[in-house]
Design a protein. Structure first.
Length: 127
């Protein structure tokens, strides 16, 4: 994820690259997602620790990118950790829903709708 995000200067494009990379990664590694979310106890203490450390490093990097966006005035002044966990929480639910459908559709197909929700919110703007 870090290399995909680092290619972009713009905070929004960095966030979009991170979101797309996250979805595409778990599209290729479905079982890893299930292990991380549902079956952590099955991989033993060392395996769990290693998976969690790697996963947390990506979350920490996302927080750095979010903080840069806040500092640049692109994102609202919201705690970067809260922003990161909020986005990842929504992504994790999208992945979980996709897996429960037996991956019957392309998980990345609705990414523009997700981007719209993240960057524009869900409220209609009064004209």
């Amino acid at each position: 994820m870090i290399s995909a995000v680092s290619r972009h200067e713009d905070a929004v494009e960095r966030a979009k690259a991170g979101i797309r990379t996250y979805l595409e990664f778990f599209k290729r590694h479905r079982k890893l997602f299930l292990i991380l979310i549902l079956e952590q106890g099955e991989i033993g203490h060392d395996g769990k620790k290693k998976c969690c450390e790697r996963y947390m490093s990506h979350i920490e990097q996302m927080q750095v990118f979010m903080a840069e966006g806040v500092k640049a005035g692109v994102f609202k002044k919201i705690d970067p950790g809260t922003l990161s966990y909020g986005v990842l929480g929504m992504l994790n639910y999208i992945i979980f829903k996709w897996l429960m459908s037996n991956a019957e559709y392309d998980i990345v197909q609705d990414i523009d709708t997700f981007y719209d929700m993240i960057f524009n919110g869900i409220l209609l703007k009064e004209e």
